[in-house]
Design a protein around this ligand. Structure first.
Ligand code: OAD
Length: 237
C-alpha cells in the first residue's frame, strides 16, 4: 500500500461536542464569516476577532477526542510501514490529543498567535488582547490568531501536493467539501490514482468525486473501516 492521506473537517470533532461550521447551530451562525474570519475583518476590528477566538479557545481546549480521532491513531500504530498523513482543516487539537502523528493544520491552530510584524509564532492558551506586544519583536498590536482567514493562503500546501501525488488512498472525514483548496484534494488524489473514500453525515458538495461514500457518524463508521483495512493489509503482509 502506498501512502494514505486523511483529510479531516469539523464533522470529525462534532461528537466531541464541537460545532461544525455550516450546521444549523454552527459557528458561523452567531457570527458572520466577514466579521471574524477575514483579513479585512481583522484590520477593521481586531478586538472583535480576538474576542471570538478567546471564546472559542477554552471550548476547544477542553474537548476530548472521540472514536473517530482514535481510529486514525490506531491505523498509524497498526500499519507502521504505511505513511499516514493527517491533513486537517480543524483548528482544534483533537488529533494531537488522540495521539496521532504527521498532522498538518492547514487552517492553523487555536492555541497559537502569529506576529504580523516579525512572523514569530507563539503558544497562546489564555485570552489574547488586540493591544498586546509580541514577545519577540516587542511591537504592539500585531498579534493575530494563527488561524488561516479567508483571503490568506492555507499552510503546508507544498507538502500536501506531494502527499497527494504519492498516496494510494485518500480518505475525507467530516467535511462539507465547500472550502477550497481542501475541497479539491480528492480530485488531485484521484488524478494520481488513489482510491477515494468519504465518511460524512450527509452527502457533501463534492460527493460525486469519491469512489465510496459512507454516510453516518464518523465515530461509528470510520473505526469499523479502519479495523477492516488493518486486517486486510496485515493479511497481505
Ligand atoms: P462544515 O461545517 O462545512 O462541514 C462539516 C461536515 O461534517 C458536514 O458535511 C456534515 O455533514 C459533517 N458531519 C457533521 N457531523 C458529523 C459526524 N458526526 N460524523 C461525520 N460527519 C459529520 O465544516 P468543514 O468542512 O470542516 O475554515 O469546513 C471547512 C472550513 O470552513 C473550516 O476549516 C473553516 C470554515 O471556513 C477556516 O476556519 C479557515
Amino acid at each position: 500500500m502506498k501512502n494514505i492521506v486523511i483529510l479531516t473537517g469539523s464533522g470529525i470533532s462534532a461528537e466531541s461536542g464541537l460545532k461544525t461550521f455550516r450546521s444549523e447551530d454552527g459557528l458561523w451562525l452567531n457570527h458572520r464569516v466577514e466579521d471574524v474570519c477575514t483579513v479585512e475583518a481583522f484590520e477593521r476590528n481586531p478586538s472583535l476577532v480576538h474576542s471570538f477566538y478567546n471564546e472559542l479557545r477554552p471550548i476547544m481546549m477542553k474537548a476530548v477526542p472521540n472514536a473517530g480521532h482514535q481510529a486514525i491513531t490506531m491505523l498509524q500504530q497498526e500499519l507502521p510501514d504505511v505513511t499516514i498523513n493527517v491533513v486537517t482543516q480543524n483548528v482544534d487539537l483533537l488529533h494531537e490529543k488522540a495521539g496521532s502523528k504527521n498532522i498538518y493544520h492547514i487552517h492553523g491552530r487555536i492555541d497559537e498567535c502569529v506576529c504580523m510584524n516579525c512572523g514569530h509564532v507563539l503558544t497562546t492558551l489564555g485570552d489574547v488582547e488586540s493591544d498586546e506586544s509580541c514577545p519577540e519583536c516587542h511591537v504592539q498590536g500585531m498579534l493575530k490568531p494563527n488561524i488561516v482567514f479567508f483571503g490568506e493562503m492555507p499552510k503546508y500546501m507544498d507538502e500536501v501536493d506531494k502527499m497527494l501525488a504519492e498516496c494510494g488512498m485518500f480518505i475525507a472525514i467530516g467535511t462539507s467539501g465547500v472550502v477550497y483548496p481542501a475541497a479539491g484534494f480528492v480530485r488531485q488524489a484521484k488524478f494520481y490514482g488513489a482510491k477515494t473514500y468519504l465518511f460524512n453525515l450527509d452527502p457533501c458538495n463534492n460527493s460525486s468525486q469519491f469512489d465510496q461514500e459512507i454516510l453516518g457518524k464518523a465515530s461509528q463508521t470510520f473505526p469499523k473501516f479502519a479495523e477492516e483495512l488493518i486486517n486486510e493489509l496485515k493479511k497481505k503482509g
